[in-house]
Design a protein around this ligand. Structure first.
Ligand code: PMP
Length: 389
Protein backbone atom coordinates (compact mmCIF):
# COMPACT_ATOMS: atom_id res chain seq x y z
CA UNK A 1 0.00 0.00 0.00
CA UNK A 2 1.27 3.56 -0.72
CA UNK A 3 2.46 5.61 2.26
CA UNK A 4 2.29 8.87 0.29
CA UNK A 5 -0.05 11.48 1.79
CA UNK A 6 -3.23 12.22 -0.21
CA UNK A 7 -2.54 14.68 -3.02
CA UNK A 8 1.20 13.96 -3.00
CA UNK A 9 2.82 12.41 -6.09
CA UNK A 10 3.44 8.72 -5.70
CA UNK A 11 7.10 7.71 -5.55
CA UNK A 12 8.19 5.64 -8.56
CA UNK A 13 8.14 1.88 -7.95
CA UNK A 14 11.48 0.44 -6.98
CA UNK A 15 13.24 -1.13 -9.94
CA UNK A 16 13.05 -4.90 -9.63
CA UNK A 17 15.06 -7.44 -11.51
CA UNK A 18 13.13 -9.30 -14.25
CA UNK A 19 12.42 -12.97 -13.72
CA UNK A 20 15.44 -15.06 -14.63
CA UNK A 21 14.74 -17.29 -17.61
CA UNK A 22 16.94 -19.99 -19.07
CA UNK A 23 19.76 -18.63 -21.20
CA UNK A 24 19.13 -21.44 -23.71
CA UNK A 25 16.07 -19.43 -24.80
CA UNK A 26 18.31 -16.72 -26.26
CA UNK A 27 19.22 -19.01 -29.14
CA UNK A 28 15.73 -20.39 -29.76
CA UNK A 29 14.34 -19.25 -33.10
CA UNK A 30 10.62 -18.45 -33.21
CA UNK A 31 8.39 -20.87 -35.12
CA UNK A 32 6.96 -19.16 -38.21
CA UNK A 33 3.45 -20.41 -38.96
CA UNK A 34 2.21 -20.50 -42.56
CA UNK A 35 0.68 -17.20 -43.66
CA UNK A 36 -3.11 -17.02 -43.56
CA UNK A 37 -5.07 -17.03 -46.81
CA UNK A 38 -5.02 -13.70 -48.62
CA UNK A 39 -8.07 -11.52 -48.08
CA UNK A 40 -9.40 -8.43 -49.84
CA UNK A 41 -10.10 -8.01 -53.54
CA UNK A 42 -8.98 -11.51 -54.46
CA UNK A 43 -10.30 -14.75 -52.97
CA UNK A 44 -7.90 -16.22 -50.46
CA UNK A 45 -6.24 -19.64 -50.66
CA UNK A 46 -3.88 -21.06 -48.07
CA UNK A 47 -1.10 -23.24 -49.44
CA UNK A 48 1.36 -22.32 -46.71
CA UNK A 49 0.95 -24.98 -43.99
CA UNK A 50 0.70 -28.36 -45.76
CA UNK A 51 -2.89 -28.69 -44.65
CA UNK A 52 -5.39 -31.02 -46.25
CA UNK A 53 -7.90 -29.11 -48.39
CA UNK A 54 -10.66 -31.66 -47.70
CA UNK A 55 -13.03 -31.34 -44.73
CA UNK A 56 -12.87 -34.05 -42.04
CA UNK A 57 -13.70 -37.57 -43.25
CA UNK A 58 -17.32 -38.79 -43.03
CA UNK A 59 -18.33 -39.68 -39.48
CA UNK A 60 -15.63 -37.52 -37.90
CA UNK A 61 -17.81 -34.50 -37.16
CA UNK A 62 -20.40 -36.78 -35.51
CA UNK A 63 -17.66 -38.34 -33.35
CA UNK A 64 -16.45 -34.85 -32.44
CA UNK A 65 -19.97 -33.71 -31.53
CA UNK A 66 -20.56 -36.78 -29.37
CA UNK A 67 -17.18 -36.41 -27.61
CA UNK A 68 -17.78 -32.73 -26.94
CA UNK A 69 -20.77 -33.61 -24.77
CA UNK A 70 -18.24 -34.90 -22.23
CA UNK A 71 -15.97 -31.87 -22.11
CA UNK A 72 -16.31 -31.58 -18.34
CA UNK A 73 -14.39 -34.89 -18.04
CA UNK A 74 -10.67 -35.49 -18.45
CA UNK A 75 -9.74 -37.67 -21.40
CA UNK A 76 -8.50 -41.24 -21.06
CA UNK A 77 -4.86 -40.50 -20.26
CA UNK A 78 -3.69 -43.78 -21.82
CA UNK A 79 -5.64 -43.14 -25.06
CA UNK A 80 -6.43 -46.86 -24.80
CA UNK A 81 -8.85 -47.30 -27.69
CA UNK A 82 -6.75 -45.38 -30.21
CA UNK A 83 -3.58 -47.11 -29.02
CA UNK A 84 -5.20 -50.53 -29.53
CA UNK A 85 -6.58 -49.55 -32.93
CA UNK A 86 -3.15 -48.35 -34.14
CA UNK A 87 -1.41 -51.40 -32.68
CA UNK A 88 -3.74 -53.72 -34.60
CA UNK A 89 -3.42 -51.82 -37.86
CA UNK A 90 0.37 -51.57 -37.68
CA UNK A 91 0.79 -55.06 -36.25
CA UNK A 92 2.88 -53.86 -33.30
CA UNK A 93 2.42 -54.35 -29.53
CA UNK A 94 0.25 -51.68 -27.90
CA UNK A 95 3.14 -51.02 -25.50
CA UNK A 96 5.16 -49.78 -28.49
CA UNK A 97 2.77 -46.88 -29.19
CA UNK A 98 2.88 -43.45 -27.57
CA UNK A 99 0.28 -40.80 -28.39
CA UNK A 100 0.99 -37.09 -28.35
CA UNK A 101 -0.43 -33.69 -29.18
CA UNK A 102 0.55 -33.97 -32.84
CA UNK A 103 3.99 -35.14 -33.84
CA UNK A 104 5.13 -31.71 -32.61
CA UNK A 105 4.23 -32.77 -29.08
CA UNK A 106 6.06 -36.06 -29.55
CA UNK A 107 9.13 -34.25 -30.87
CA UNK A 108 9.31 -32.20 -27.68
CA UNK A 109 8.90 -35.37 -25.62
CA UNK A 110 11.68 -37.01 -27.64
CA UNK A 111 14.09 -34.20 -26.89
CA UNK A 112 13.13 -34.29 -23.22
CA UNK A 113 13.87 -37.99 -22.93
CA UNK A 114 17.19 -37.93 -24.78
CA UNK A 115 19.14 -34.72 -24.32
CA UNK A 116 20.81 -32.74 -21.55
CA UNK A 117 22.41 -29.32 -21.98
CA UNK A 118 25.52 -29.66 -24.13
CA UNK A 119 24.39 -32.81 -25.94
CA UNK A 120 24.08 -32.79 -29.71
CA UNK A 121 21.24 -33.59 -32.07
CA UNK A 122 22.11 -34.34 -35.67
CA UNK A 123 19.52 -33.22 -38.19
CA UNK A 124 19.19 -32.46 -41.90
CA UNK A 125 18.89 -28.85 -42.96
CA UNK A 126 16.80 -27.40 -44.44
CA UNK A 127 14.12 -29.52 -42.82
CA UNK A 128 11.16 -29.14 -40.46
CA UNK A 129 11.74 -25.87 -38.67
CA UNK A 130 10.73 -27.23 -35.25
CA UNK A 131 13.84 -29.43 -35.08
CA UNK A 132 16.36 -26.73 -34.04
CA UNK A 133 13.72 -25.08 -31.84
CA UNK A 134 12.92 -28.13 -29.73
CA UNK A 135 16.60 -29.02 -29.61
CA UNK A 136 17.72 -25.64 -28.30
CA UNK A 137 14.87 -25.56 -25.78
CA UNK A 138 16.49 -28.46 -23.96
CA UNK A 139 19.89 -26.73 -24.01
CA UNK A 140 21.22 -29.20 -26.58
CA UNK A 141 23.00 -28.16 -29.76
CA UNK A 142 21.52 -28.81 -33.20
CA UNK A 143 24.11 -30.07 -35.70
CA UNK A 144 22.48 -29.06 -38.95
CA UNK A 145 23.77 -31.09 -41.88
CA UNK A 146 23.04 -29.43 -45.24
CA UNK A 147 20.97 -31.29 -47.80
CA UNK A 148 22.61 -32.61 -50.95
CA UNK A 149 22.44 -30.47 -54.07
CA UNK A 150 19.41 -32.50 -55.17
CA UNK A 151 17.54 -31.55 -51.99
CA UNK A 152 17.79 -34.90 -50.18
CA UNK A 153 19.34 -35.88 -46.83
CA UNK A 154 23.11 -36.20 -47.02
CA UNK A 155 23.15 -39.45 -45.08
CA UNK A 156 26.92 -39.91 -45.32
CA UNK A 157 27.54 -36.46 -43.87
CA UNK A 158 24.90 -37.10 -41.19
CA UNK A 159 26.57 -40.37 -40.18
CA UNK A 160 29.92 -38.57 -40.02
CA UNK A 161 28.38 -35.85 -37.82
CA UNK A 162 27.47 -38.37 -35.11
CA UNK A 163 29.93 -38.15 -32.19
CA UNK A 164 30.06 -39.27 -28.57
CA UNK A 165 27.99 -36.16 -27.77
CA UNK A 166 25.12 -37.16 -30.08
CA UNK A 167 21.98 -38.32 -28.29
CA UNK A 168 19.44 -38.08 -31.08
CA UNK A 169 19.40 -38.10 -34.88
CA UNK A 170 16.39 -36.70 -36.73
CA UNK A 171 15.47 -38.02 -40.15
CA UNK A 172 12.57 -36.50 -42.08
CA UNK A 173 11.13 -38.57 -44.90
CA UNK A 174 9.54 -37.18 -47.00
CA UNK A 175 11.55 -34.11 -46.07
CA UNK A 176 9.69 -30.91 -45.26
CA UNK A 177 10.10 -28.60 -47.22
CA UNK A 178 11.83 -30.30 -50.19
CA UNK A 179 9.59 -33.36 -50.50
CA UNK A 180 12.41 -35.85 -51.16
CA UNK A 181 11.94 -39.25 -49.48
CA UNK A 182 14.59 -41.77 -48.48
CA UNK A 183 14.95 -45.15 -50.12
CA UNK A 184 14.83 -48.16 -47.84
CA UNK A 185 18.32 -49.46 -48.71
CA UNK A 186 19.97 -46.08 -48.11
CA UNK A 187 18.18 -45.54 -44.81
CA UNK A 188 19.12 -49.04 -43.66
CA UNK A 189 22.78 -48.48 -44.53
CA UNK A 190 22.64 -45.23 -42.58
CA UNK A 191 21.03 -46.88 -39.54
CA UNK A 192 23.76 -49.52 -39.63
CA UNK A 193 26.32 -46.73 -39.20
CA UNK A 194 24.65 -45.06 -36.20
CA UNK A 195 25.74 -46.47 -32.80
CA UNK A 196 22.94 -48.46 -31.22
CA UNK A 197 22.93 -46.25 -28.11
CA UNK A 198 21.93 -43.21 -30.20
CA UNK A 199 18.22 -42.87 -30.86
CA UNK A 200 17.17 -42.19 -34.47
CA UNK A 201 13.74 -40.60 -34.97
CA UNK A 202 12.24 -41.08 -38.41
CA UNK A 203 9.61 -38.40 -38.91
CA UNK A 204 7.04 -39.72 -41.38
CA UNK A 205 4.45 -36.94 -41.12
CA UNK A 206 3.72 -37.28 -44.85
CA UNK A 207 4.12 -41.04 -45.28
CA UNK A 208 0.60 -41.58 -46.67
CA UNK A 209 1.54 -39.53 -49.76
CA UNK A 210 4.59 -41.64 -50.67
CA UNK A 211 4.21 -43.49 -54.00
CA UNK A 212 7.81 -44.48 -54.81
CA UNK A 213 7.90 -48.22 -53.94
CA UNK A 214 11.63 -48.05 -53.13
CA UNK A 215 10.95 -45.68 -50.24
CA UNK A 216 11.38 -46.77 -46.64
CA UNK A 217 8.52 -47.65 -44.33
CA UNK A 218 10.06 -46.89 -40.97
CA UNK A 219 7.55 -49.05 -39.07
CA UNK A 220 9.11 -52.05 -40.83
CA UNK A 221 12.62 -50.81 -40.00
CA UNK A 222 11.96 -50.21 -36.30
CA UNK A 223 10.97 -53.83 -35.67
CA UNK A 224 14.57 -55.08 -35.46
CA UNK A 225 16.13 -51.82 -34.30
CA UNK A 226 15.52 -50.77 -30.69
CA UNK A 227 17.18 -47.39 -31.39
CA UNK A 228 14.61 -46.34 -34.01
CA UNK A 229 11.44 -44.40 -33.23
CA UNK A 230 8.86 -43.53 -35.89
CA UNK A 231 6.73 -40.38 -35.72
CA UNK A 232 3.42 -40.10 -37.54
CA UNK A 233 0.48 -37.71 -37.40
CA UNK A 234 -3.22 -37.33 -38.07
CA UNK A 235 -2.63 -33.72 -39.15
CA UNK A 236 -1.80 -34.21 -42.83
CA UNK A 237 -3.43 -37.04 -44.82
CA UNK A 238 -6.17 -37.47 -42.21
CA UNK A 239 -6.88 -33.74 -42.14
CA UNK A 240 -7.05 -33.33 -38.35
CA UNK A 241 -4.39 -30.61 -38.00
CA UNK A 242 -6.69 -28.56 -35.76
CA UNK A 243 -7.17 -31.35 -33.23
CA UNK A 244 -3.49 -32.13 -32.40
CA UNK A 245 -2.96 -35.85 -32.35
CA UNK A 246 -0.01 -37.92 -33.52
CA UNK A 247 1.79 -41.09 -32.50
CA UNK A 248 5.19 -42.65 -32.07
CA UNK A 249 6.13 -46.29 -32.60
CA UNK A 250 9.18 -47.52 -30.68
CA UNK A 251 10.41 -50.36 -28.53
CA UNK A 252 9.15 -50.39 -24.99
CA UNK A 253 11.87 -48.42 -23.14
CA UNK A 254 11.56 -45.51 -25.57
CA UNK A 255 7.74 -45.65 -25.81
CA UNK A 256 7.45 -45.76 -22.01
CA UNK A 257 9.80 -42.79 -21.64
CA UNK A 258 7.80 -40.84 -24.24
CA UNK A 259 4.60 -41.46 -22.28
CA UNK A 260 6.32 -40.24 -19.10
CA UNK A 261 7.25 -36.97 -20.80
CA UNK A 262 3.76 -36.30 -22.21
CA UNK A 263 1.58 -33.46 -21.00
CA UNK A 264 -0.99 -35.32 -18.86
CA UNK A 265 -4.31 -35.60 -20.70
CA UNK A 266 -2.81 -33.68 -23.64
CA UNK A 267 -4.70 -35.63 -26.28
CA UNK A 268 -8.34 -34.62 -25.87
CA UNK A 269 -11.26 -37.01 -26.10
CA UNK A 270 -12.41 -35.05 -29.15
CA UNK A 271 -9.05 -35.63 -30.90
CA UNK A 272 -8.90 -39.25 -29.78
CA UNK A 273 -12.40 -40.10 -31.04
CA UNK A 274 -11.90 -38.16 -34.29
CA UNK A 275 -8.71 -40.12 -34.97
CA UNK A 276 -10.52 -43.43 -34.43
CA UNK A 277 -13.39 -42.36 -36.69
CA UNK A 278 -10.87 -41.30 -39.36
CA UNK A 279 -9.04 -44.62 -39.22
CA UNK A 280 -12.32 -46.38 -39.96
CA UNK A 281 -12.75 -44.51 -43.26
CA UNK A 282 -9.94 -46.21 -45.15
CA UNK A 283 -11.59 -46.06 -48.59
CA UNK A 284 -12.46 -42.38 -48.40
CA UNK A 285 -9.01 -41.57 -47.04
CA UNK A 286 -7.36 -43.46 -49.89
CA UNK A 287 -9.48 -41.62 -52.47
CA UNK A 288 -8.52 -38.23 -51.04
CA UNK A 289 -4.85 -39.01 -50.80
CA UNK A 290 -4.92 -40.40 -54.36
CA UNK A 291 -6.50 -37.16 -55.55
CA UNK A 292 -3.79 -35.08 -53.86
CA UNK A 293 -1.04 -37.31 -55.23
CA UNK A 294 -2.50 -36.91 -58.74
CA UNK A 295 -2.59 -33.14 -58.25
CA UNK A 296 1.03 -33.21 -57.04
CA UNK A 297 2.03 -35.10 -60.19
CA UNK A 298 0.14 -32.65 -62.38
CA UNK A 299 1.56 -29.55 -60.65
CA UNK A 300 5.13 -30.85 -60.77
CA UNK A 301 4.85 -31.89 -64.42
CA UNK A 302 3.49 -28.47 -65.32
CA UNK A 303 6.28 -26.69 -63.43
CA UNK A 304 8.92 -28.89 -65.06
CA UNK A 305 7.36 -28.05 -68.42
CA UNK A 306 7.73 -24.37 -67.59
CA UNK A 307 11.45 -24.93 -67.07
CA UNK A 308 11.64 -25.06 -63.27
CA UNK A 309 13.79 -27.48 -61.34
CA UNK A 310 11.37 -29.31 -59.00
CA UNK A 311 12.55 -32.12 -56.70
CA UNK A 312 10.55 -35.35 -56.85
CA UNK A 313 8.15 -34.71 -53.97
CA UNK A 314 6.61 -37.67 -52.18
CA UNK A 315 4.57 -35.37 -49.92
CA UNK A 316 1.61 -32.98 -50.27
CA UNK A 317 3.78 -30.03 -51.36
CA UNK A 318 6.42 -29.04 -53.88
CA UNK A 319 9.62 -27.06 -53.43
CA UNK A 320 11.07 -24.37 -55.66
CA UNK A 321 14.59 -23.20 -54.88
CA UNK A 322 14.25 -19.57 -55.86
CA UNK A 323 17.21 -18.05 -54.03
CA UNK A 324 17.03 -14.27 -54.11
CA UNK A 325 13.74 -14.43 -56.04
CA UNK A 326 11.94 -16.08 -53.12
CA UNK A 327 10.35 -12.91 -51.83
CA UNK A 328 9.18 -11.68 -55.22
CA UNK A 329 7.60 -15.05 -56.04
CA UNK A 330 5.84 -15.17 -52.68
CA UNK A 331 4.48 -11.67 -53.21
CA UNK A 332 3.32 -12.54 -56.74
CA UNK A 333 1.38 -15.53 -55.37
CA UNK A 334 -0.01 -13.42 -52.53
CA UNK A 335 -1.21 -10.79 -54.99
CA UNK A 336 -2.93 -13.52 -56.98
CA UNK A 337 -4.69 -14.64 -53.79
CA UNK A 338 -2.54 -17.57 -52.67
CA UNK A 339 -0.45 -17.73 -49.51
CA UNK A 340 2.62 -19.97 -49.86
CA UNK A 341 5.57 -20.58 -47.51
CA UNK A 342 8.82 -18.69 -48.17
CA UNK A 343 12.14 -19.67 -46.53
CA UNK A 344 14.43 -16.67 -46.36
CA UNK A 345 16.43 -16.46 -49.55
CA UNK A 346 16.27 -20.20 -50.13
CA UNK A 347 12.99 -21.01 -51.78
CA UNK A 348 9.28 -21.61 -51.38
CA UNK A 349 7.19 -24.56 -50.33
CA UNK A 350 3.81 -24.77 -52.03
CA UNK A 351 1.20 -27.07 -50.52
CA UNK A 352 -0.92 -29.07 -52.96
CA UNK A 353 -4.40 -27.79 -52.24
CA UNK A 354 -7.62 -27.07 -54.07
CA UNK A 355 -7.26 -27.44 -57.85
CA UNK A 356 -8.23 -23.81 -58.38
CA UNK A 357 -5.51 -22.63 -55.99
CA UNK A 358 -2.92 -24.92 -57.60
CA UNK A 359 -3.85 -23.49 -61.01
CA UNK A 360 -3.31 -19.94 -59.77
CA UNK A 361 0.19 -20.87 -58.60
CA UNK A 362 0.93 -22.47 -61.96
CA UNK A 363 -0.15 -19.31 -63.79
CA UNK A 364 1.97 -17.14 -61.49
CA UNK A 365 4.95 -19.50 -61.85
CA UNK A 366 4.72 -19.45 -65.64
CA UNK A 367 4.69 -15.65 -65.85
CA UNK A 368 7.44 -15.40 -63.22
CA UNK A 369 9.69 -17.84 -65.04
CA UNK A 370 9.31 -15.97 -68.31
CA UNK A 371 10.32 -12.73 -66.60
CA UNK A 372 13.31 -14.11 -64.72
CA UNK A 373 16.41 -12.17 -65.72
CA UNK A 374 18.54 -15.29 -65.86
CA UNK A 375 16.96 -18.60 -66.71
CA UNK A 376 19.82 -20.65 -65.32
CA UNK A 377 18.68 -23.39 -62.96
CA UNK A 378 17.98 -21.88 -59.54
CA UNK A 379 20.58 -21.75 -56.87
CA UNK A 380 22.01 -24.68 -55.03
CA UNK A 381 21.67 -25.20 -51.27
CA UNK A 382 24.34 -23.29 -49.47
CA UNK A 383 26.41 -24.80 -46.70
CA UNK A 384 25.72 -23.34 -43.28
CA UNK A 385 29.06 -22.10 -41.92
CA UNK A 386 30.33 -24.16 -39.04
CA UNK A 387 28.30 -27.25 -39.86
CA UNK A 388 29.77 -30.46 -41.14
CA UNK A 389 29.65 -31.18 -44.84
N1 PMP B 1 6.93 -33.30 -38.84
C1 PMP B 1 6.95 -32.68 -40.03
C2 PMP B 1 7.97 -33.08 -41.02
C3 PMP B 1 6.02 -31.68 -40.30
O1 PMP B 1 6.05 -31.06 -41.48
C4 PMP B 1 5.06 -31.34 -39.33
C5 PMP B 1 4.04 -30.26 -39.56
N2 PMP B 1 4.35 -29.25 -40.37
C6 PMP B 1 5.10 -31.99 -38.13
C7 PMP B 1 6.04 -32.99 -37.91
C8 PMP B 1 4.18 -31.68 -37.01
O2 PMP B 1 2.87 -31.92 -37.32
P1 PMP B 1 1.78 -32.08 -36.19
O3 PMP B 1 2.33 -31.54 -34.94
O4 PMP B 1 0.60 -31.32 -36.67
O5 PMP B 1 1.53 -33.56 -36.10
Amino acid sequence: MSTDAPGQRQSPPARRPSPRLRTALDDVPTYTPGRPAASGAVPGWKLSSNENPFPPLPGVLQAVAAASERLQRYPDMACGALTDELATRLNVPAAHIALGTGSSGLLQQLLQITTEPGDEVVLPWRSFESYPIVTRLTGARPIQVPLTTDEAHDLDAMAEAVTHRTRLVLVCTPNNPTGRALHRDKLERFLDRVPTDVLVAVDEAYVEFVRDPACADAVQLYRHRPNVVVLRTFSKAYGLAGLRVGYAVAHQPVATALRKAAVPFGVSTVAHDAAIASLQRTDELKARVEHLVAERTRVRADLLGQGWTVPDSQANFVWLRLGRHTDAFTTACQQAGVAIRPYGEEGVRITIGERQANDIVLTVADAFRRNLPDTAPPLRPRRVPGTPR
